[in-house]
Design a protein. Sequence first.
Length: 135
Amino acid sequence: AIIDNNGAENKEAMKEAILRYEEPVMFLILKDNTELNQVNVREIADSASELSAGKPYLLFSDARVNIDISPDGQSAAADRNLLSLIGASAILVSSWPKKFVANLYIRFNKTPFPLRLFTSAKEALNWLELQKKVI
């Protein structure tokens, strides 16, 4: 990830994603052909915590690329302790079929925070705006 705190601090953390924080929203832009495993998810979570200075945030994930999430990455992505700063999460996907499949997965793998999938960035950001009360 590249951590970008509104231009104030840039830091190379890993190659899977770019993080940008615009309080209270953390933007996670996943890179194409990314493989997310437990280590990657932990690194992203740690970088987001550092960027938000340990304050709760709303997560906007741009996942409109090819992503492979390993079973241990899936477990880490649902870990309440690891993701304790996330108040709500909006995930942007590229198509309705991907949204349908992801919703099935989410139904059986509950997250410790409200999570919704969108095919429109504007709708996702509007929904996150409504979630500000949870953080």
